[in-house]
Ligand binder design. Structure first.
Ligand SMILES: [Zn+2]
Ligand SMILES: [Zn+2]
Ligand SMILES: [Zn+2]
Length: 170
């Protein structure tokens, strides 16, 4: 089953599929750009994709250490920088956490819907109107944009439903 990238994935989806296609896309992208997806970079990417929840650098570090990697924070940050440069991972500023990009082959601004209940983040892809509106607003202020990130917090449909059921059962 192909997931709809514009929707929060159903809780019961085959997440192994998400991970596999992310790793395949990463391999392809790195080959095309002559970038080296080393074992560590690949493992860090895989760990970022553990779930649809953004993950912090120190959680990554802990997992790598538990796997016997002699990874120090700079090593992990360098691997993350590489993955970000390649468009494979986005950094969520407010959470200071990292999330995998489902469409690394196209360069784009990082816009996210973040659920404050389950912690999942959904990247808003294909929003040319949003980009255009931001660009126009910046132009009108004579502002040159170097980077655009939107992080919107709220409830995902699954958590909203859960909340509604809880309050109905009240
Ligand atoms: Zn998934
Ligand atoms: Zn992305
Ligand atoms: Zn949620």
């Amino acid at each position: 089953m192909k997931l709809d990238l514009d929707q929060f994935p159903p809780p019961a989806h085959d997440h192994g599929d998400c991970i596999r296609s992310a790793l395949d896309a990463a391999q392809l992208r790195c080959e095309r750009h002559g970038a080296r997806l080393t074992d560590l970079r690949r493992r860090v990417l895989e760990l970022v994709w553990t779930s649809h929840e953004p993950v912090g650098a120190y959680a990554l570090l802990d997992t790598l250490k538990s796997e016997g990697h002699a990874a120090a924070p700079p090593t992990v940050y360098r691997a993350l920088d590489f993955l970000i440069d390649q468009g494979l991972v986005h950094r969520l500023e407010r959470l200071n956490a990292f999330v995998g990009c489902p469409r690394p082959e196209s360069s784009h601004s990082a816009h996210f819907l973040i659920c404050t209940d389950c912690g999942r983040a959904l990247e808003m892809l294909d929003n040319p109107a949003l980009d255009a509106a931001l660009q126009n607003a910046a132009d009108a202020s004579g502002f040159t944009v170097s980077r655009r990130t939107i992080e919107v917090e709220g409830l995902c449909p699954d958590c909203r439903r859960k909340n509604e059921e809880t309050s109905a059962a009240g």
